[in-house]
Structures are given as C-alpha cells and as structure tokens.
Design a protein around this ligand. Sequence first.
Ligand SMILES: [Fe+2]
Length: 327
Amino acid sequence: MDFNILRVARVVMNVTDLSNSRDFYVNALGFIETESDDQHIYLRGLEEHCHHCLVLKKAEKPGVHSIGYKVWHEDDLEKVERLFKKKALYTEWEEAGAQKALGRTLKAADPDGIPLEFFAKMETVERCLQKYDLYKGARMQRIDHVNCMVPDVGKTVAFYNDELGFRCSEYTATADDSIWAAWLHRKPSVHDVAFMNGEGPRLHHIGFWLSDPMSLIHACDVLASMGHADCIERGPGRHGLSNAFFLYIRDPDGNRIELYNGDYLTCDPDFEPVKWDINDPRRQTFWGHKAPDSWFSEATEFIDSVSGKPVAQSKAVLAQQKPDFVT
Ligand SMILES: [Fe+2]
C-alpha cells in the first residue's frame, strides 16, 4: 500500500441521555469535555491535543456511526479511496468542517460493513497532561484501540493486513489453527483494532489508555461511590494476551468501555505475532479468572452511513463461540 494510516483516532456513537452520559464519562471516568451542544458531547483524554477522541451523539437507541483513523498526510486520503473503490466498497467525501473540528474526511465501509472514516486533520486544543488539577476518576489519557466482533476473523484480518497495512501482534487460534481473534496495529503498540469471532459486525468495546494501574483501581472506587458499581462487568485484572491491566465497564446505554494500561512496543520488523490457544484461561486473564458470558454475546451494532439503519449482521463461521472454560 502507498498510504500511511497512523492510528485509530476517534469513535462516534449514540447515547440516549447526554446528561447521564456526561455524569459517567466526565465526572466518573475523567474525560475532558472539549465542547458540547444539545445533540453532542465531544470528549478527549488528558494527554490528547486533538479536539476529541469520542463523540457522544444523542439518539433514540444505541449504535456506532464510525471508527475514525488518522492518516499521515492529506494525499493519503485519495490513495485510501482508490483502494476502497478498487474493492467496490462504499466511499464518500465530506468537506472540512462538515463534522465538528474535522478536516476533509473520507467515509468508507470495510468488507464487513463497519463504517470507517479517514482524515488527516483534526482541530487541535490544549493538551492537559500536566494539568494535574484536572485529573479525576480514571484520569483518562487517550484512545488506545477498538475491538469488533466479526463473523470471519481470518477474512477480516487479511483485508486489514494485506490491504490497509496493519500488522498482527497477537492472535488466538482454535484447535484446528483457525484464527479466532487477532490484535492488529499501526501505531507501535499491541493494537489499534482487534477482531474477535462472533455475530457481527458489532463494536465490542473501545479501549482507553490510563497512565498506571492505580488509576484503574481508583476508577472502581469512584464508580462505586457514585452508585455505578453495577456497571463493572469484568476485572480489574491482567490480560495474558497483550499483558495489559484491564477493567471493562458498561456505560449507561450498555456500550462497553475498557480502561487499559501496560502493553508493549511492537514496531520492530522481526517481531513475530504471539499465538494463544483459545482454551488457555491465562490468555484472557493472566491470573486465571474467567470472563462472564455477557462478554461473548453482548456488543453494540453499527449504523450504515448511507441508510442510517443497522448494518446487517452474519453468524460467526467458526463453530467454537467461546472458550471451553466459560459456561
Ligand atoms: Fe481491548
């Protein structure tokens, strides 16, 4: 490929009550609210200089409008467009300013129908990394990754690696060596996007980077103090895969958010993908405890950019729907 995708940079998703969402994302988790109006809240982490990494959009029901990737240069956008057109995939241009703070944007859909956006520019704002007086809740630092359920992980990974230039850091295989899940990156970390086997496409979670594990523990205390303890779905714990410290929580609309800290550098060309057996409990949680069943069944649907309706979903192709230790 002749273009350079830098990293996953933003997600746009629906919420049904902006006030409840503000309480959760800003007051409990510690996002910075860059801007808002009566239909949107634009959020960023403390170390982010971009206007936002998460757009909450008021709507009747949950749904994800797009996963946004930042590219190195404006010229990359035409090159990405050429690829999607060659594959007969949807593309559409939006001029700079059509969406708040965003430069010229290429909207597209991947072969699974996941709505994507590519852009080179987003308005910049003050970076709050050393404004420690603003730190609260989980002290959110930046967007790290998204995780999507797709029906045929092998096929999806081939598109992202071979056509978009992603590299695999770790993957999970079934007994017959089919890829059950894969972690793919453009920035030099474990991932920008992960794909896992399941009915989809659906957004499983958005992962946000924290500066240290204690921020994550503190987030549990803050959530509990604010009466949100029931939103804690899984963790805290340490993943075997990625080595990251994690906590999974559900926002007031059920969207899954991961608080994440502590993966590793992956940029060397001789780095070989790490393989895990799907039935190895240390893969999910290094300490051995199990993910709940909801982890394998619940996720948020995507919204088609053209029709405004939910993106059609297909059943997973692999017979094994979850590890054999989850009952
Ligand atoms: Fe994750």
